[in-house]
Structure formats: structure tokens, C-alpha cells
Write a new protein. Structure first.
Ligand SMILES: [Zn+2]
Ligand SMILES: [Zn+2]
Length: 222
């Protein structure tokens, strides 16, 4: 696992503070299971502005610029292109700098070039993106709890779940996912499958099954 300084959560201005707080807690839960000892925090404007790779004539004054510049304008509905957003953040592997992990949180649907569809979450090895869109009207469990479950899944992937050495309890659905009742299960039905996982988690069941928790620690040990 490449060395990264911290995990920075970058949310757009329409993400409610209670949702951002739930996402922060969700990422902290994953770091704790992974025993990764990484600080996790919500980004301030200056964190994002200083990291964005600027383009000519763009005046970058706030983190909102990242979400606006990353929009896909091909269709009539606004979609945030996760690939574009990550490319706009400074992520050059050739520079001798240590970068954070990025967790992007958008109120708009996400889009990715690689998959060509609209996922609820998306990741690169150094970043994850989640969209609130499919969950914004959820009441029971609340949108906050849904997002907490969703970001655990996305951050789990960001750290390398499920690793190639995992052979037990694996299903190949959009890449390797967990076959147990665990946040790393593939969410075939949205939001229904997330509702089920969130309810289990709220009943006190561990979010990651034993195999995934162990894999998480192995991935973070490098
Ligand atoms: Zn997944
Ligand atoms: Zn699992």
C-alpha cells in the first residue's frame, strides 16, 4: 500500500452537515478495522484549492470548483465524472510528495468513464467517490446511515478489498465482492440491498465480516 498522509473527505456544498458527519464516522470505522492509523477529516476550501491542478483561465476559489469542473455535460442531467475529478486533484506519482486519500461526496449522480454507467460509488486506488442521489429521500434507515454504509463499502475498495489472494466467500459481480452479510457484499438492488446491510449494522452486527476485516488489515499492512 502506497504511503498516504491522511484521508480527506471533500463534499459539495449541498451535502448536509449531518450527512458529512456520518460519512466521516463511516471512514473512521474502516480505518479503525484496518488498524491503519490514518487521520480522517472533512476538507476545508483551502485544502482543496491548494491541491487542484489549475487549468488556464480558471479562477479556483473554493472546493465547489472541483465538482463544477468535473461535471459531464453530455446529458441533460448533471453528473459528476469521478475520473475527471480525480484527474483534477494533484495525484502525480512522479512527484516526491505524499498525498492524501480522497473521498469525494456529491449530491449529483456519479459517472465514470471506465464503467460507462452511473454508480453509487466509485474508486481509484487513492480515492473513492460516493453519490447521495439514490439515498436522498431515505427515511428508515436515514440517509445518514445509508451513506455511512455506502462509504464503508467504497473505502473498503479504496484500501484494496477484496484482494486477489482471497479465495473464500467471494462472488464475482462487478469485480470481487464478499458473499457474506457484510458491507463488502455487492449491492445488486439500490437502495434495497443497502437498506438490508444498514439495518444489520444498526442491530450491532459488525460491518465487515471476519474475512473482510482480516483482508483489510492485510491490505493496509502492505
Ligand atoms: Zn463494490
Ligand atoms: Zn465480507
Amino acid at each position: 500500500m502506497a504511503r498516504r498522509s491522511e484521508i480527506l473527505i471533500i463534499a459539495d456544498a449541498r451535502v448536509a452537515p449531518s450527512v458529512a458527519a456520518a460519512i466521516l464516522e463511516g471512514v473512521r470505522d474502516v480505518v479503525s478495522v484496518a488498524q491503519a492509523k490514518l487521520p480522517v477529516r472533512l476538507a476545508q476550501d483551502e485544502d482543496v484549492v491548494s491541491r487542484i491542478r489549475s487549468r488556464e483561465d480558471d479562477i479556483i476559489a473554493s472546493s465547489e470548483w472541483l465538482f463544477i469542473a468535473a461535471q459531464d455535460t453530455a446529458s441533460s442531467t448533471v453528473k459528476v465524472n469521478a475520473d475527471k475529478a480525480f484527474l483534477l486533484l494533484e495525484t502525480s506519482v512522479w512527484e516526491q510528495k505524499i498525498y492524501p486519500y480522497y473521498v469525494l461526496v456529491t449530491s449529483d449522480p456519479l459517472r465514470s468513464d471506465q464503467y460507462g454507467f452511473t454508480p453509487n460509488w466509485y474508486r481509484w486506488t487513492f480515492g473513492a467517490a460516493v453519490s447521495i442521489k439514490s439515498f436522498e429521500n431515505q427515511k428508515d434507515p436515514s440517509v445518514e446511515e445509508h451513506m455511512r454504509t455506502l462509504v464503508m463499502h467504497a473505502a473498503g475498495h479504496m484500501f484494496g478489498l477484496l484482494p486477489e489472494w482471497r479465495v473464500k466467500d467471494v462472488v464475482d459481480e462487478c469485480g470481487p465482492h464478499c458473499a457474506n452479510q457484510c458491507v463488502m457484499k455487492h449491492p445488486r438492488y439500490v437502495p434495497g440491498d443497502w437498506t438490508e446491510l444498514t439495518r444489520l449494522r444498526l442491530k450491532g452486527k459488525e460491518p465487515f465480516c471476519r474475512s473482510c476485516a482480516e483482508n483489510l488489515r492485510e491490505c493496509c499492512r502492505g
